[in-house]
Design a binder for this molecule. Structure first.
Ligand SMILES: Nc1ncnc2c1ncn2[C@@H]1O[C@H](COP(=O)(O)OP(=O)(O)OP(=O)(O)O)[C@@H](O)[C@H]1O
Ligand code: SF4
Ligand SMILES: [Mg+2]
Length: 325
């Protein structure tokens, strides 16, 4: 990717949580890039480290979480190194914002949505209350809720409207990058489609850069330009979205895609992935997927596969089977 197009580079990000049972090795050696105007999908089963990766980028890990190693380079600067006050003032919300997993259910119940959006603007921008409220109205228009609903309380809005208000809040300070963590998971299918439409319109209108975190491969296929598949704390495959869905190379990606119904393609029989993801306090040695992989070889049980580019374009895979072909 040409350097001037790059917005974000995550390099060897490794995050552990301290617990009474030992370290939870939640994210290990995660590496990816994101260009301006692109959307990266971060997908994988529950507990594979998607939210932890997102929270690390925003430096909002829970108190027992720690970045052990790695860099998060935004517009050329490693933002893991700058002091927390500067990060809070200059980076969080202004450059990178986030739609948190389950956020629509944590809107303040006794404050109207206009005030809640205005507050985010007032905290970070040098504007007065009236200007902040005007901007909140424009944002509500942009996400299809409508400025006329500025004075509505969360309980007066439908689930889809609340989620759109949360997206408006993430847009409040014109960030270069939005991380959306499971933005449609709690919604019914029809409302999911509406929220997805809003996200797609925003991407086109604002040339937004996004990280779309989801276990829903249909959402990921519809809204992203590149996809990273995570398994047990590591990225196992990364490619542009069309390539990843057409030619998945990692056995886990193949199983994951096989387990999801296709929105547009022909009807197919869905497959299941037997077994469960491992305990990340004591993950399996070698390839972490080996206990569930039908192609596992002896070396898969001992050696961590290299994460290497195997395509003519960018197509990274971490699998012994693929690298020996
Ligand atoms: N505060 C914490 N303390 C200890 N372990 C944690 C903590 N937060 C997350 N974990 C563990 O870290 C791992 C990664 O969790 P994470 O929430 O990032 O997964 P996820 O991919 O976002 O899952 P989901 O799809 O369920 O949201 C899991 O094993 C989880 O149990
Ligand atoms: S490295 Fe081995 S165990 Fe892991 S996915 Fe590839 S073949 Fe399966
Ligand atoms: Mg999560």
């Amino acid at each position: 990717m040409p350097k001037d197009e790059l917005l974000l580079q995550v390099q060897d990000l490794t995050v552990y949580f301290t617990t009474l049972r030992g370290y939870v090795r939640a994210v290990e050696d995660v590496t990816f890039e994101l260009a301006q105007g692109h959307t990266l999908g971060l997908a994988g089963e529950s507990g594979c480290g998607k939210t932890t990766t997102a929270l690390s980028i925003l430096r909002l890990l829970p108190i027992n979480g720690r970045i052990m190693k790695g860099k998060v380079i935004l517009e050329g600067n490693d933002v893991t190194r700058i002091n927390s006050e500067r990060f809070r003032k200059q980076v969080r919300w202004k450059k990178i914002s986030m739609v948190f997993q389950g956020a629509m259910n944590s809107l303040h119940p006794t404050r109207n949505v206009g005030d809640q959006i205005s507050e985010a603007i007032l905290l970070h921008e040098d504007v007065n209350k009236r200007e902040a409220s005007e901007r909140a109205g424009k944002l509500l228009d942009l996400v299809g809720v409508g400025a006329e609903r500025l004075d509505r309380f969360p309980h007066e809005l439908s689930g889809g409207m609340k989620q759109r208000a949360v997206i408006a809040m993430a847009l409040a300070c014109n960030p270069s990058l939005i991380i959306a963590d499971e933005p449609t998971t709690a919604l019914d299918v029809i409302v999911q489609t509406q929220v997805m439409k809003v996200i797609k319109e925003l991407q086109a209108k604002l040339n937004l850069s996004m990280i779309m975190v989801s276990h829903d491969l249909s959402l990921i296929s519809e809204t992203t330009t590149e996809v990273a598949i995570m398994y047990a704390g590591r990225i196992v495959e990364y490619a542009d979205t069309a390539t990843l869905y057409k030619e998945p190379l990692h056995p886990y990606t193949q199983k994951l895609i096989g387990a999801f119904p296709s929105i547009l393609g022909p009807k197919k029989e869905l497959t299941t992935i037997h077994g469960f993801p491992p305990d990340l306090i004591n993950p399996p040695p070698g390839c972490r997927f080996h206990p569930r992989c039908s192609y596992a070889m002896e070396k898969c049980k001992k050696d961590v596969p290299l994460f290497e580019n195997v395509g003519e374009k960018t197509h990274f895979v971490g699998c012994h089977l693929v690298s020996q072909k």
